[in-house]
Design a protein around this ligand. Structure first.
Ligand code: NAD
Length: 489
């Protein structure tokens, strides 16, 4: 269907996507806008672009509404490249810096056998992707998940490089993991898997070289197994220096106070900044949480102290709504015991579609990437998407959110609290210090609010999204260091 639109004549269309062409902006640019059923072109356009004269609008097939099950991993890699590229163009990043950042420095892939409880032997595939170490040792989480693959980890490792640069932490970026379903493994199997993986990685990790941390499917216990295996195989050395090979450890084994909830605490600091800027009182507001693991459950508990109630939750086993608000502590207890939100008695089961369309003020994706595409972005009723997960919104989902005026706190800012407190842990281990919770929390709050302000200021000055601004800020820092070190004269 072709629709001719002159000026801002109100044209009602059925739900669909319109490609709108303009002659006013040079060079000629085309953009796509998602229309809600019955809305006019005028009301769907962002006010910032009202000076555009629309000369032609084309109804496009709904090809971009890709169901989540069909969004494949290589998409995620290309999506992060797309974000990098957009910011690189905006700040005129030298080609050589973009070229260096377009691929990881090292891709380590290992295969290793593990004895299972039934006596059989299974071969596992593990990865450590070291993206960049310009600013300091490689740093990033380890993911144990059935979907773990090379392309995803390359994207996640690159995100770590830009995240550390944005937060001004002296670390580079890395990510790793094992393709496995930890829910299917017993604790002894998980321990053998972790120790075998650490053996297989050998000298590819180290306290001054590459420092893993928890991510999806891993936790403080897994970090302690890695630390112990490393300390027993790396030869004699100063104990607290070897402890620094991983962060996110238990308190007793050298972990930092406040690390477990740090990612969620950092995200809530960003949400609080956004609320202050928009004049919104968080008391009495509601949130939807996708993922109720480390990031999701702590976010729910911290938000509840600010008067925000979680009215929808979901994980790999399904979704639930409770208009009265879930008790975040009881739900966390249930998930610890059962391994999932399914069968929690104080809520109504709902479909994934109903979850994303539920009435609430804030959505916090805290599970996998590629969860909010065009489909979900069209149905959301929230004012804010605060990304706890890495890469939860696809670029076309992002466009829809922007056109609908839904604010996004991007992953590399929103979930940076985790790596920030990991850095504090690494520093404490190195100095043999144990900071109290107040000191960790005060430093984290300062780091997160000042990063938020830097990103917000850039976004306002350049009229770009917070995501582009966050990438741009990080890339500017990397550019300065590459230039000063004359790495590519
Ligand atoms: P976790 O393993 O503790 O929890 C993951 C949650 O996601 C679980 O509730 C799980 O059921 C759910 N999930 C898994 N597959 C799903 C699916 N297909 N659909 C819906 N839900 C699904 O992991 P986490 O540490 O909370 O990490 C969550 C996200 O936050 C990840 O994207 C991770 O990269 C990101 N992140 C974590 C940290 C950290 O410190 N742990 C730091 C920065 C970013």
């Amino acid at each position: 269907m072709l629709v001719q639109v002159i000026g801002f004549a109100a044209v009602s269309v059925k739900e669909g996507i319109l490609a709108v062409f303009s002659t006013e902006v040079k060079p000629l640019r085309s953009r796509e806008f998602v229309m809600d059923a019955g809305k006019s072109v005028k009301s769907a356009l962002p006010t910032a672009r009202v000076s555009w004269t629309i000369i032609k609008a084309t109804r496009l097939p709904l090809r971009k509404r890709v169901p989540v099950s069909e969004r494949d991993s290589s998409d995620f890699f290309h999506f992060t490249q797309h974000h990098l590229d957009t910011a690189a163009k905006l700040i005129e990043l030298p080609d050589y810096v973009e070229a260096i950042l377009s691929e990881p420095k090292n891709e380590v892939i290992v295969h290793f056998p593990v004895r299972m409880d039934d006596g059989s032997c299974r071969l596992f595939k593990g990865y450590r992707i070291q993206h960049n170490n310009l600013l300091g040792p490689f740093k990033g989480g380890l993911r144990f998940h059935a979907s773990t693959c090379l392309d995803d980890l390359k994207a996640l490792a690159m995100l770590m490089t830009v995240k550390c640069a944005l937060l001004e932490i002296p670390f580079g970026g890395a990510k790793g993991g094992i393709k496995c379903d930890p829910h299917e493994l017993s604790q002894p199997e998980l321990q053998r898997l972790t120790r075998r993986f650490t053996h297989a990685l050998g000298a590819n990790i180290g306290p001054e070289y590459d420092i893993p941390a928890p991510d999806m499917g891993t936790n403080a216990q897994v970090m302690v197994w890695i630390m112990d295996t490393y300390m027993n195989t790396a030869g004699y050395g100063i104990r607290n220096q070897q402890q620094r090979v991983v962060t996110g450890k238990t308190l007793e084994c050298g972990g930092s106070r406040g690390r477990e909830k740090a990612t969620s605490q950092g995200l809530v600091h960003c949400i609080a900044q956004w609320a202050t800027d928009t004049g919104l009182d968080l008391e009495g507001k509601t949130a939807l949480l996708q993922g109720y693991g480390n990031v999701g459950s702590h976010a729910a508990m911290i938000l509840s102290r600010l008067g925000v109630s979680v009215v929808g939750v979901g994980d790999h086993t399904g979704y639930m709504l409770n208009h009265e608000g879930f008790n975040p502590h009881r739900l966390a207890e249930h998930v610890r015991g059962q391994g999932a939100v399914a069968n929690y008695p104080k809520g109504e089961r709902c479909s994934r579609e109903e979850f994303f369309a539920a009435e609430a003020d804030i959505l916090i994706p805290a599970a996998l990437h590629n969860q909010v595409g065009v489909e979900e972005a069209c149905s959301l009723k929230v004012k804010l998407v605060a990304e706890g997960a890495n890469g939860p919104v696809t670029p076309d989902g992002d466009e829809v959110l922007r056109d609908r005026g839904i604010h996004v706190i991007p992953d590399l800012l929103g979930n940076a609290g985790g790596v920030t407190v990991s850095y504090y842990e690494w520093v404490q281990n190195g100095r043999n210090e144990h900071w109290d919770l107040g000191k960790v929390e005060a430093r984290l709050e300062k780091a997160m609010t000042s990063a938020y302000r830097r990103v917000d200021q850039f976004a306002k000055e350049h009229g770009c999204s917070m995501r582009t601004a966050a990438y741009a800020r990080a890339l500017e820092r990397l550019r300065r260091v590459y230039k000063q070190r004359s790495i590519f004269p």
